[in-house]
Design a protein around this ligand. Structure first.
Ligand SMILES: Cc1ncc(COP(=O)(O)O)c(C=O)c1O
Length: 443
């Protein structure tokens, strides 16, 4: 077996320190490692393997499509592409809309911007995005992201991106007294920024509608308030649903929790679209936006746009979510997981906040002092004790994802109830071991 430590550049890693185990297979919520160990995946890898690993229906669909037709460019038609586009428009209730396929989330966001700018005839129109967000690692997607890892490496303003503060209710930028007030204030800030830039010079607002990898979970009133602020000014709202869709936040698409009052003009998808089995992203456009492009050349293209293997995996993934009732299952299990973590919070003063749980995505924020909400480490640094906790968890067979002071709990939607209970019991034990409460008295 070749050692990739010497040959591969690994994302978001110090190359010389990279030393992760090699995965050789998987089943359900488990990953199988080269050394024979089985690890319970409590983050769906990058919050993307919503259907678990090696889902049999997905594997069969990819195999069958490979036997028929592996590839044809977007210049020609392909049956799985047509079927997937129709299903997505139907699930979103975007009648008369259109879908542009990409190979991942960053590309979907790039293309959403390009397509909307073309439709509006505002090639240099401003984009309003949010701090503490993540939209991908291509150049424009980095500029859109309000992420500590990306902001230093890109000139956002030069690429036409303006940022607004996040709806971070636990540490509200406006020191609001309640989550609802923070949500309202954060949405109003988007409207104010559009006014300051001049609505005629703005192309779109791009925001994640629910939970994201930077640990923000928008207050319940935020998204509809944002829709109101953008609609009042005639501004296109793009929901980045790359992470939040396909059951992760308890709905097919997270905005659907708010019904029609939360309907965006466009949304971007990837990750769970194929259960991560084959790379695929998509931009889903409303009928009104699609109509503006109907009689002119679309000024973009990708060799792998709507790749048949990926689209066949997408069709099979949607069928699996539906036939196994995974969207509603995620909603029920997410609520239970949040309740269990809130119960754990009573035992562990180090847990400052528990948020999310609209689906199987709960964010746990650790603090040095619950009374003052002093962070354990300055964002985005990971506190050493939390790093030690995740290493110990892996030794005991569970993989937890962290960002800074946060634990991001997002297992595959096919995980069994007893597997969730086992992982949470392990977390409970490890929190007691690495953050003993006598050292950190409760407020
Ligand atoms: C909300 C969101 N948007 C975009 C992306 C980028 O997707 P990709 O890594 O497929 O380019 C991610 C990835 O984590 C994401 O979470």
């Amino acid at each position: 077996m070749h050692d990739e430590r010497r040959s591969v550049l690994h994302s978001w890693s110090v190359q010389a320190d990279w030393n992760a185990p090699t995965v050789v297979g998987g089943k359900g919520a488990y990953l199988h490692l080269e050394d024979g160990r089985q690890v319970l995946d409590f983050s769906s890898l990058a919050e993307c393997s919503n259907l678990g690993h090696q889902h049999p229906q997905l594997v069969a669909a990819i195999r069958a499509q490979a036997g028929r037709l592996c590839f044809v460019t977007n210049a020609w038609g392909a049956a799985p592409r047509a079927e997937l586009a129709a299903r997505l428009l139907e699930l979103a209730g975007f009648d008369g809309g259109r879908v542009f396929f990409t190979t991942g989330g960053a590309q979907a966001n790039e293309h959403a911007v390009k397509i909307v700018r073309q439709a509006l005839r505002r090639p240099r129109g401003w984009l309003v995005a949010r701090d503490r967000s993540y939209h991908g690692a291509t150049h424009l997607a980095m500029a859109l992201s309000g992420d500590a890892r990306t902001t230093a490496h890109v000139d956002a303003a030069a690429l036409g991106v303006a940022h607004v503060p996040p709806p971070y209710a636990y540490r509200c930028p406006w020191r609001s007294a309640s989550a609802a007030e923070c949500g309202e204030r954060a949405a109003a800030a988007v409207g104010e920024r559009i006014d300051a830039l001049g609505a005629d010079h703005v192309a779109a607002v791009m925001i994640e509608p629910d939970a994201g990898s930077n640990g923000i979970v928008a207050p319940d009133n935020y998204w509809t308030a944002l829709r109101r602020e953008t609609a009042a000014r005639g501004i296109v709202l793009i929901a980045d649903e790359v992470m939040s869709a396909f059951g992760r936040c308890g709905e097919w698409f997270a905005w659907q929790r708010h019904g029609d009052a939360g309907r965006p003009d466009a949304m971007t998808l990837a990750k769970g679209l194929t259960g991560a089995s084959v790379p695929l992203g998509a931009v889903v456009l409303s009928a009104a936006l699609a109509a503006r492009l109907e009689h002119e050349v679309l000024q973009t293209g990708l060799t792998y746009c709507g790749h048949p293997l990926a689209c066949a995996a997408g069709v099979a993934a949607l069928a699996a979510y539906e036939s196994e009732g995974l969207i509603t299952r995620s909603k029920a299990l997410g609520a239970e997981m949040r309740a269990a973590l809130e119960a754990m919070q009573a035992r562990h003063p180090v847990i400052g906040d528990v948020r999310g749980g609209h689906g199987l995505f709960v964010v746990v924020e650790l603090v040095a002092d619950r009374g003052t909400r002093a962070p354990l480490a300055a964002w985005p640094a990971t506190p050493p004790a939390l790093a030690a906790l995740t290493r110990a968890a892996l030794d005991e067979g569970v993989s937890f994802a962290t960002r800074g002071n946060l634990l991001l709990l997002a297992p595959p939607l096919v995980i069994r109830e007893n597997e969730i209970a086992g992982a949470l019991a392990l977390l409970d034990r490890l929190l007691a071991r690495f953050f003993p409460s006598e050292a950190r008295p409760a407020a």
